[in-house]
Design a binder for this molecule. Structure first.
Ligand SMILES: NC(=O)c1ccc[n+]([C@@H]2O[C@H](COP(=O)([O-])OP(=O)(O)OC[C@H]3O[C@@H](n4cnc5c(N)ncnc54)[C@H](OP(=O)(O)O)[C@@H]3O)[C@@H](O)[C@H]2O)c1
Length: 241
């Protein structure tokens, strides 16, 4: 099995996608499908996984993340001087990129570091049912609030709106609730799943509830480093094929 490239350019080549609209989802999971250890993904990580995480961010226009993951993992904005910012610059891309938080309830706090520390304004993807005062407070704090859908967030509409903002290549970093909704709405083009050689147990894992019917994935790439498998799967339900 080919090794995961060490050099940043080689790793970028291994994960680059064609120009145009594309939604890729990145997860790390244990052999039994667990996506966290004691509530965070870090317990599954490795040096290779962190390089892939940075590379996928460097290649994408926007990070899409559920409010639960943003809170659990202590999300911060992507800053120019960060490892991702430097990698983006070395690949000839703008040093920063926005983070888009998906929340039906607009539950991002105006004093969250994702809001206060952002160089490229953080986006909130929400729906009309979200409390108007919360939305207004976030907008006043500098968040770009995107209302997509009435009672629920309409993910296809959200991706249309991101593309209209010049952000066609979307990296979704989960979590499981957002991944489930994205699969159900047929917008996922690719799953980049890193398999950590651990057994963890104890949780609902990658998908918290059953899909309407099993979805067939097409294996496109497997790379290895220290027993961690780095896979890329195409998902035929994706709008971009
Ligand atoms: N191993 C990995 O690669 C990985 C990756 C990501 C997350 N995780 C782990 O997963 C756990 C979090 O799981 P989770 O399922 O709670 O995460 P999640 O999907 O990030 O968050 C769920 C929350 O996000 C919002 N949301 C998600 N999908 C939505 C949709 N379609 N429409 C509207 N709002 C939506 C809702 O927020 P509101 O309630 O505010 O409306 C919902 O309560 C954490 O332990 C984290 O460490 C692991």
């Amino acid at each position: 099995m080919p090794p995961l490239p060490h050099d940043p350019a080689g790793l970028a080549d291994a994960y680059r996608v064609a120009p145009g609209r594309h939604l890729r989802v990145n997860f790390i999971a244990s052999l039994d499908g667990a996506v966290s250890v004691e509530g965070r993904s870090g317990g599954l990580g490795s040096d290779g996984d962190r390089r892939v995480f940075r590379t996928l961010r460097a290649l994408s226009d926007v990070v899409l993340v559920g409010a639960g993951t943003a809170a659990a993992e202590g999300y911060r904005p992507v800053l120019p001087g960060s490892a991702v910012g430097r990698l983006r610059s070395s690949l000839g891309r703008p040093a920063t990129m926005p983070v888009a938080v998906v929340s039906r309830r607009a539950s991002l706090a105006p004093d969250d570091q994702l809001v206060t520390d952002a160089v490229t304004p953080t986006l909130l993807v929400t729906c009309a049912a979200a409390d108007p005062e919360r939305r207004a407070a976030l907008a006043a704090a500098g968040v770009q609030v995107m209302v997509c859908g009435d009672d629920e967030v309409d993910l296809p509409a959200a991706l249309d709106a991101l593309a209209e903002r010049g952000l066609p290549q979307v990296l979704c970093e989960g979590g499981p609730a957002l991944f489930s909704a994205a699969l159900a709405s047929g917008v996922v083009d690719e799953l980049d799943l890193s398999l950590a050689p651990q057994l963890v147990g104890g949780g609902p894992g990658l998908l918290p509830s059953a899909l309407g019917s099993p979805l067939r994935a097409e294996l496109r790439q497997v790379l290895d480093e220290d027993g961690v498998l780095f896979t890329r799967y195409g998902l035929r339900s994706g709008a971009g094929g």
